[in-house]
Design a protein around this ligand. Structure first.
Ligand code: PLP
Length: 444
């Protein structure tokens, strides 16, 4: 804990302090406190009220979201808070002025930024170590790196469910085809998503694991159903199955963590998984085109790089694809992490839960509406899936948009649920506005 808060402090203080126009302050003390200190730093002062709790109105003011709309789909792709936009612009200015500042001379106002710093700040947030992180431009690319890289023998299988996202199943399918492995899909890990329990999920998975299962892929928070998978319990089942297996036969638990990271108050690196992959441009509110791959220390040996890396030549960091990338985005990530840490991960998660619970309760009271996400906060997070009798999810999204309410649905999904995503930029009034619109749609 201590180590993490020092890291957070370093980034928070430094990255945000110096934009106030002053010189960079020494990297000491409590990051969140300094972040919010005097000087109107990046507009971040005032994020916490006198009681030390986030002022959600001030948080909302950080975003350039169109005020004419109610935005309940921001988990799709982040609208960046002001602090992050400023960081990106600051780095872009340097690159435009002199591209030869690469690779080591780009700075946030407090000092150098680069891959090491990015990995250090993310490691602090994930509860892991920088040497166990690789960086990728999205969840999709991170999943591709993991599945493509896993050392696999013909006859081994990747086991996923139809509820996992297209890009997750796609990464597994492409890698399986290449390596002579097999992709086995079960329809779902539960009979009815709204009633899903951890016991049900765990026993369904236990029944499906085989000696040839090389990867079990799950989604921390499913975008198709809103179900939060009990990853720690699943990891126990996988550990049981792995007892006595050689490393090359071990089943790796690969987690698509994108809708859990910064929506759930848990250390992603301590869930018990072997790999956690997440875009940082959704709930973490990071610069677009950024993401992270965490591997358990033992798993590094089991995953080979797909691309030449500019970051490292060995270990997990060497999985990070090289080439010249959107450096102004990637190297601004420490500011997103600092922003989240200033608010506090548990407070952020609690706010997201409070709003999604309001959405679920409200939807459940509307005749003709069915909620497909569990009510229990332990089995859900910030995505609430629902359907309206006689309407496809995408039609509900279109009709809501006519009333300037942004909802979302899964593209090309036969289930076709509509979704309300509640983030820290949202208010109870936003949720209520969506509920009114859904009620009108259901009335016909
Ligand atoms: C569960 C899940 N995984 C992966 C992705 C793809 O994420 P990215 O855009 O970071 O590749 C999405 C897209 O929203 C998703 O919902």
């Amino acid at each position: 804990m201590r180590r993490r808060s020092v890291l957070a402090g370093a980034v928070g203080t430094a990255a945000v302090a110096a934009w106030g126009g002053g010189t960079a302050e020494a990297v000491t003390g409590d990051g969140a406190g300094r972040l919010l200190g005097a000087g109107g730093l990046l507009g971040a002062d005032g994020l916490l009220g006198a009681d030390g709790r986030p002022d959600w109105g001030a948080v909302r003011a950080q975003f350039r979201l169109d005020p004419d709309w109610v935005h309940l789909a921001t988990f799709y792709l982040a609208s960046q808070p002001r602090a992050v936009r400023e960081a990106v612009a600051h780095l872009a200015r340097q690159l435009d002025a002199d591209p030869m500042l690469l690779p080591t001379h780009l700075t946030l106002p407090d000092g150098p930024t680069g891959w090491d710093r990015v990995r250090q700040s993310l490691a602090g947030y994930l509860g892991g170590e920088p040497e166990h992180l690789a960086l990728a431009a999205s969840t999709t690319i991170g999943l591709g790196l993991v599945y493509n890289g896993v050392i696999t023998r013909p006859g081994q299988e990747f086991l996923l469910s139809d509820d996992d996202h297209d890009v997750h199943r796609g990464a597994a399918r492409l890698a399986a085809e290449k390596h002579g492995a097999r992709l086995r899909l079960v329809p779902s890990w539960f009979a009815d998503s709204a009633q899903a329990t951890a016991d049900e999920v765990v026993s369904a998975i236990r029944a499906q694991l085989r000696p040839t299962t090389r990867v079990l892929g799950v989604t921390w928070v499913q975008s198709r159903t809103g179900v939060r998978m009990p990853v720690t319990r699943i990891a126990e089942v996988v550990a049981e199955a792995n007892r006595g297996r050689k490393d090359t036969d071990r089943c790796l638990l690969v987690v698509d963590g994108v809708h859990g990271l910064a929506a759930v108050d848990a250390d992603a690196a301590r869930l018990g998984a072997d790999a956690v992959v997440a875009g940082t441009h959704k709930w973490l509110l990071g610069p677009r085109g950024t993401g992270v791959v965490w591997l358990a220390p033992w798993a590094t040996e089991q995953v080979r790089p797909t691309f030449a890396s500019f970051i490292a030549s060995e270990g997990t960091p060497a999985l990070s694809p090289g080439g010249f990338l959107a450096f102004e985005h990637a190297f601004a990530l420490p500011v997103s992490v600092a922003f989240q840490q200033a608010l506090g991960r548990s407070r952020v998660a609690a706010r997201i839960t409070e709003l999604s619970t309001r959405a679920k309760r409200g939807l459940a009271r509307i005749p003709g509406v069915t909620v497909h996400t569990p009510t229990a906060p332990g089995m859900s997070a910030g995505i609430t899936c629902f359907s309206v009798r006689d309407h496809r999810g995408s039609d509900v999204v279109t009709m809501a948009a006519e009333r300037k309410v942004r909802l979302s649905s899964l593209y090309r999904d036969s289930l076709g649920y509509a979704r309300i995503g509640t983030g820290i930029m949202n208010s109870p009034q936003d949720v209520d506005a969506a509920l009114r619109v859904v009620r009108d749609i259901a009335r016909g």
